[in-house]
Design a protein around this ligand. Structure first.
Ligand SMILES: [Zn+2]
Length: 353
């Protein structure tokens, strides 16, 4: 009898131990799932407008509850393009302005947006860039007294109606110049990467992050699985790795780039990788503004116009003149010399993209 009771006690102890071990392994996963689980979609329409701002990025998101998120604001002078898009979309304020990084083709128009309309909150990578554009951006935030947040992984922004923005990068410690590929730079590598979730719809917006950042997100267990990818760094060959595409399982990819860019964006290599992964491609340089609509399940992507050219034909980079004096680094290399451009070009075109 005593022996059987002892046996019982041992079995109970083994069971408790097993439960503790299972708990230790399962609870973190359960918590992660709970944290990442999107809220219930309201069923109203969410819209994403990948604006046609030339060689740059600006993406306007309107939540099912009418809240707005602007991810980047294009080049200097691009503020008016953003404002016009907002008017067309029937919104007059930005609830969250995400500045993916401090290059002029992303935050160049941000001070105009901040000074011209109501912006309630700014999310920034916090990686400085010693340019007038970035200073103007910071001054505008300060002058208007706008809430300023530095992006960190797992920050969530509830944008209403069951839609949510989650920060995936930059991941600390931030990339330093010595860790980057030759020609890479810290603002790009430490871009703010966010995902947009609404029901079973999801979209990944990667700023100008390249493969090293993609790898870091994958290794850190970030949830990069999404229906749509806003392609990193305008389709640069240093971004959008095969591994990233395989793990993200994207169905569609949107490239924001300009017709006359000298960087060779998008690169043939990236377009080939997208084609090999069976991903549908959209491009602002050939199709104008790209609009995505969804009610939380299926989604529709509508370009502004028929493609003016082959969507899978890459561009050829022009001569890298980054060694010349007076060069301003925005990413790869600077704007075309004025002489090679149309004589009627305005100063914005000459200031860089
Ligand atoms: Zn860029």
């Amino acid at each position: 009898m005593a022996q059987s009771r002892r046996g019982c006690g041992c079995a109970l102890a083994a069971l408790v131990l097993a439960l503790i071990v299972i708990g230790i392994f399962i609870i973190p996963f359960a918590l992660k799932w709970w944290r990442e689980k999107p809220p219930q979609p309201s069923g109203d329409e969410l819209r994403v407008h990948v604006l046609n701002v030339g060689q740059g990025d600006s993406i306007l998101i309107i939540s099912p509850a009418g809240k707005t998120v602007l991810v980047d604001a294009g080049n200097p002078g691009g503020g008016r393009l953003v404002q016009a898009a907002m008017q067309r979309a029937g919104v007059d304020a930005i609830d969250l302005l995400v500045a993916t990084h401090a290059h002029a083709d992303h935050i160049g128009g941000a001070d105009e947006v901040i000074n011209g309309i109501t912006v309630r909150r700014v999310l920034d990578s916090g990686v400085p860039n010693a340019t007038r554009n970035y200073e103007d951006f910071l001054s505008a935030i300060q002058n208007k007294g706008i809430e300023y947040t530095i992006a960190e992984p797992n920050q969530n922004f509830d944008i209403g109606g069951g839609a949510r923005i989650t920060v995936l990068a930059p991941i600390k410690p931030l990339f330093t110049a010595s860790q980057l590929r030759s020609g890479g730079n810290e603002p790009n590598a430490n871009s703010v990467v966010v995902r947009l979730d609404y029901g079973s719809f999801s979209m990944l917006l990667t700023g100008d992050a390249e493969a090293q950042t993609e790898d870091r997100m994958i290794n850190g267990g970030a949830n990069i699985l999404a229906k749509i990818l806003k392609v990193g760094h305008h389709g640069s060959r240093y971004a959008t790795s095969e591994d990233f595409l395989r793990r993200g399982k994207f169905e569609a990819a949107i490239i924001s780039d300009g017709q006359d860019n000298r960087y060779g964006h998008p690169s043939q290599e990236v377009l080939d990788r997208l084609r090999a992964a069976n991903i549908k491609v959209y491009r602002t340089d050939l199709q104008g503004e790209i609009t995505v609509t969804t009610r939380g399940q299926s989604y529709e992507i509508k370009p502004e116009r028929e493609a003016r050219g082959d969507l899978f034909a890459g561009r050829t980079p022009q001569k890298d003149d980054s060694a010349r004096s007076g060069f301003v680094q925005y990413g790869d290399f600077g704007p075309p010399p004025r002489a090679s451009r149309n004589r009627n070009n305005n100063t914005n075109a000459a200031r860089g993209r």
